[in-house]
Design a protein around this ligand. Structure first.
Ligand SMILES: Nc1ncnc2c1ncn2[C@@H]1O[C@H](COP(=O)(O)OP(=O)(O)OP(=O)(O)O)[C@@H](O)[C@H]1O
Length: 299
């Protein structure tokens, strides 16, 4: 049904707002006179995904934590669920990944930016029990590295910015999650006019589409560690792990695409067991495995 991504500085009131929003949605759904479909409202947060505040101390610790949160969020997405993701969600590329997953699941999206000035966040943070605090350097880092959501970016839109001392625009958020535009999955890999399985056309059109979608992703979300492949039906949720600290180039991707295709054609000719039937999902997952093996990024 919908994905609501909460984003904000550390200790800015994200959990407070996320709970408020969940309670508001649940009240609307059980209200007398509500005649729409029933939904579950699911809150996906750091604690539920075993992400501690210490996970933000280093990027090495943060990466698997973000992956755990992403897995929990994508699992929750469904036509009958409103999923609220309560976490820092401060990296543009990560919000983009969530957005792609939402499009794949055919659900609506909304972003809620919880806005409180750093000094206000710091004051609330100082009142927290010590074992619930961030390290000072981590707190400052999360503020410094914060990539503010922008309503002009399609993955942050519609964007609701909620100042700490104002009421939640609950009517507008409810309208966005129940009536907003549903964006179709990223077009590139959803091959239109399905080519027959087992043909060279299936092989090349799937790899071409994947390379195109990956290039778009690398531009939209530079530095993101993974690429959620907008996979063809039945491929399941495919995630490509990208090389660390460098961006694959167009020339490199084209070369790897040709290598992979040659390998597949050779395997089919020699009737090797690894020769697939070349359905779109098989090609997509085979190509992902090939790229990860080449880059040594297999998780
Ligand atoms: N709008 C508000 N008015 C008054 N107090 C608030 C407000 N929002 C949050 N607080 C207080 O600030 C503290 C932090 O709130 P909360 O846990 O919601 O922040 P958070 O952004 O989810 O934190 P974290 O970064 O650890 O996930 C709480 O003690 C809460 O009572």
């Amino acid at each position: 049904m919908a994905l609501v991504t909460i984003s904000g500085f550390p200790c800015s009131g994200k959990t407070t707002r996320a709970r408020e929003l969940k309670a508001d949605f649940e009240r609307r759904l059980t209200e007398e006179g509500y005649a729409g479909p029933k939904f579950d409202v699911v809150l996906v947060d750091d604690a539920g995904s075993h992400v501690t505040r210490a996970a933000y101390d280093s990027s090495a610790a943060e990466k698997p934590s973000r992956a755990a949160l992403f897995t929990a969020a994508t699992r929750a997405l469904s036509p009958s669920t409103i999923t609220i993701v309560d976490s820092a969600n401060y990296i543009k590329g990560f919000r983009y990944q969530l957005y792609c997953a939402a499009r794949e699941a055919h659900v609506r999206v909304a972003t809620v930016r919880v806005a409180a000035p750093p000094d206000q966040c710091r004051a609330w943070h100082a009142q927290r029990a010590e074992d619930e605090q961030y390290k000072e350097a981590t707190f400052d880092n999360l503020i410094m590295r914060y990539e503010e959501p922008n309503s002009m970016q399609r993955w942050d839109a519609p964007l609701f910015t909620v100042p700490w001392d104002e009421a939640l625009p609950a009517d507008d958020i409810w309208a966005a999650v129940t009536k907003g535009e549903k964006k179709p999955p990223t077009g590139a890999v959803v091959v239109r006019g399905k080519p027959p399985p087992g043909t060279l056309q299936t092989l090349t059109s799937t790899t071409t589409a994947l390379v195109q979608a990956l290039l778009a992703h690398l531009t939209a979300a530079p530095g993101s560690p993974t690429f959620p492949v907008p996979s063809p039906p039945a491929a399941g949720r495919l995630v490509l792990h990208l090389p660390h600290a460098r961006k694959p180039t167009l020339a490199e991707l084209q070369r790897l695409k040709r290598q992979f295709e040659a390998q597949q054609i050779q395997a089919q000719k020699s009737n090797a067991r690894s020769a697939g039937n070349w359905t779109e999902p098989e090609v997509a997952s085979g190509f992902v495995a090939f790229l990860e093996a080449t880059w040594e990024t297999t998780p």
